[in-house]
Design a protein around this ligand. Structure first.
Ligand code: AMP
Length: 144
């Protein structure tokens, strides 16, 4: 759907809630995150209400990532960041608090201690091959 009247990001799109806009085109709006991990933390939202990447129409999905490629260098130069993360939380369990698909551009600085706490696991025995087959089967079933 184009808009959800209860969605905070749809309200930003409709100008009902202000935002510090940094970029806009036909398909996306980009503005500063109100509670940044680092100053300059930027959000890109599609002008279409979908919860996450998988239910976002392709033209909006492409526009969000095209905007990220364009805006991230500007965010880096403006902030003096040494790098950046592109982050997209999909689902509450993954940390999504606003159920309107959006991409974060998070400028990063040496030793900024942002996004800590992740630990990587190790597959044992045949677990990796089993997981590979399971996901591939789901992809094949969806494409069939
Ligand atoms: P997520 O946790 O991935 O759903 O990210 C939602 C982000 O939206 C958070 O980083 C919030 O700080 C940000 N946010 C929520 N409301 C606003 C707002 N009115 N203006 C700017 N950023 C917002």
């Amino acid at each position: 759907m184009e808009r959800d009247p209860n969605c905070v990001f749809c309200k930003i799109l409709d100008g009902e809630i202000p935002s510090a806009k940094i970029y806009e085109d036909e398909k996306v709006l980009s503005f500063l995150d109100i509670a940044p991990f680092n100053y300059g933390h930027t959000l890109i939202i599609p002008k279409y209400h979908a919860h996450g990447i998988s239910d976002l129409p392709e033209e909006y999905r492409n526009a969000v990532f095209a905007a990220a490629a364009k805006l991230a260098p500007a965010v880096m130069h403006a902030t003096g960041a040494a790098g950046f993360n592109l982050l997209m939380n999909n689902g509450e369990t993954a940390g999504q608090t606003v159920p309107h698909a959006h991409l974060h551009i998070i400028p990063r600085f040496a030793d900024d201690k942002v996004l800590l706490g992740a630990s990587q696991k190790q597959y044992q025995g045949t677990e990796l091959a089993e997981m590979q087959a399971k996901i591939q089967a789901k992809i094949a079933a969806r494409e069939a």
